[in-house]
Design a protein. Structure first.
Length: 515
């Protein structure tokens, strides 16, 4: 028995070795080796081919970017710094609204900051047929004992000076600039290689604040308070609308268009009241003339193209450094599908260990597509914006239906915003801006001659410093026609066809002033 034990143990070793050798030969043989060599060669060739063709795409996109925008440096393109003594937003009353918000900054105006405690807001009569919306003073006064005081006068008295904020803001109206802090170029310089790390201040409670300022303006104008009407009108334009244009982010451009539209509505109403003098009207014209809404949108989209290009380069370089660099990449929300978490992991692995060309192709796709949306330069190019947007949407739907698995388009496509026809909105805002400039000139003419002129030709000297042509017809002025107790201005609109001020065909701007 003792002799059999070592014999069994000795014989088992060669048997296990033979099994291991047999398995090794099964897995690894000459055919397997050649297969692996061929596979490695094919992968290497694919990497080289992908890197080569994508580098060509990126070079062409970069050249087009520089030709269209004039630079590939988002820092140089950004708005220059503004000294505090020249910046409306450096007023102490404004700086107190700026607070840290996580890793960023946020301007937050306290709720009802401009209204006295317990003030009941009046209903607003909606705009129609080009006529501005109006405050329903009668409804607001119903059930109140005003002791013979006119409703507008009573409301203006109750609103007062906006809890002391209006005089503090009026003190900064002589400052030439209105820019969020930190100013954009300074923020980009501090961010370094990644433009998406630049501090872009967030802004909260703006709509409420603008509406409350607009209510001050409407009440002051209806009450005949000339000084408050002038100063509040300028504050309304200087505060957030102008400050949004001082930054070249696309979100700032959208913000500018939206908030300017709210301010323009109140200004149109206020200009119909006899609460202006020539000094106030000229100051309003100069403020309105500082900004071209189409230029603001153009600059915002240009900056988006530049930062998309720069951000893509930054992502490409950081992904070469390892897995942790992809932590910030987010491609789509988890919709509950079983494959989504796996897809996200595989995608991130792909951008770390896949061809560098995948990054270059994504950057090129983003830049080319964004430049297609931006379109060529020109005053009337905005009219093709809708067609460009629809063509690009169709292209994306047809060519990239399986975008989740297309590594050459995935990052670029998810980076593209759904901008719609932004230029159309900017052009209409610019039309309203120019109508307000013309309305100031018309009001000055009425003050001096007792009536509005029969044509805009009579205003040429007053309007000479300003661009007031029809945004749809750059060589012509907007349409103008006298009406009962007022006048109508109109633009040919997106189709550039002048329908004589027809409703639902042309853009309309109607003034029916109180006498």
């Amino acid at each position: 028995m003792n002799s059999s034990t070592p014999s069994t143990m000795v014989s088992s070793r060669p048997y296990s070795v033979r099994i291991a050798r047999w398995l090794a030969r099964l897995v690894w043989n000459r055919r397997t080796g050649w297969t692996l060599i061929c596979l490695a060669s094919l992968i290497t060739l694919y990497y080289q081919w992908e890197n080569w063709r994508s580098a060509r795409e990126l070079k062409a996109a970069h050249q087009r970017l520089v030709e269209r925008i004039g630079t590939d440096d988002w820092v140089a393109f950004a708005t220059p710094g503004v000294p505090d003594e020249q910046n409306f937003f450096a007023l102490p009353v404004v700086e107190q609204w700026l607070h840290p918000n996580g890793e960023g900054l946020k301007y937050t105006i306290p709720e009802n900051a401009f209204l006295p405690p317990g003030f009941i807001k009046p209903p607003i009569i909606e705009a129609k047929a080009g006529v501005a919306s109006q405050v329903d003073f009668t409804a607001w006064a119903a059930g109140r004992d005003l002791k013979g005081e006119a409703p507008a006068v009573a409301m203006n008295r109750e609103l007062g000076d906006g809890n002391g904020l209006l005089p503090q803001l009026a003190a900064g109206l002589s400052r030439p600039f209105s820019a969020w802090k930190p100013v954009q170029r300074e923020a980009y310089r501090k961010a370094g290689a990644n433009p998406y790390e630049a501090a872009a201040p967030n802004v909260g409670n703006v709509n409420t604040a603008v509406r409350d300022l607009a209510l001050h303006l409407r009440a002051a104008a209806a009450a005949g308070d000339v000084e408050k009407t002038r100063s509040t009108a300028l504050i309304l334009l200087r505060l957030f609308p102008e400050s949004a244009t001082s930054h070249s982010w696309l979100v700032g451009s959208l913000f500018s268009t939206a908030v300017h539209g709210m301010a323009f509505e109140a200004l149109q109403d206020a200009l119909g009241r006899p609460s202006w003098n020539e000094v106030g009207l000229r100051m309003l014209q100069l403020q309105l003339g500082k900004i071209d809404d189409l230029d603001v949108m153009e600059r915002g989209m240009s900056m988006d193209a530049l930062t998309g290009f720069g951000g893509g380069i930054y992502i490409r370089e950081t992904c070469r450094k390892g897995w942790s660099a992809t932590e910030g990449l987010r491609f789509s929300a988890d919709d509950g599908s079983w494959y989504k978490p796996t897809e996200g992991i595989l995608t991130r692995l792909g951008y770390v260990y896949g061809p560098t060309g995948w990054h270059d192709a994504n950057i090129a796709f983003f830049v080319e597509t964004y430049l297609d949306m931006l379109g060529p330069e020109g005053e009337s190019v905005w009219m093709d914006g809708r067609a460009r947007g629809e063509a690009l949407k169709k292209r994306r739907d047809e060519e990239y239906r399986h975008l989740d698995w297309n590594m050459r388009r995935k990052l670029g496509a998810y980076s593209l915003p759904n901008v719609g026809n932004l230029f159309n909105a900017a052009a209409e805002a610019l039309f309203h801006r120019r109508c307000l400039i013309i309305a100031c000139a018309l009001e000055k003419h009425r003050m001096n001659h007792g009536i509005f002129p029969p044509s805009l030709e009579a205003l040429k000297d007053d309007l000479k410093p300003f661009a007031v042509n029809d945004t749809a017809r750059p060589t012509q002025m907007p349409g103008y026609r006298l009406e009962t107790n007022g006048y109508l201005l109109w633009s040919a609109g997106p189709d550039a066809q002048d329908d004589g001020g027809a409703k639902d065909k042309d853009w309309l701007w109607r003034m029916k002033p109180e006498q």
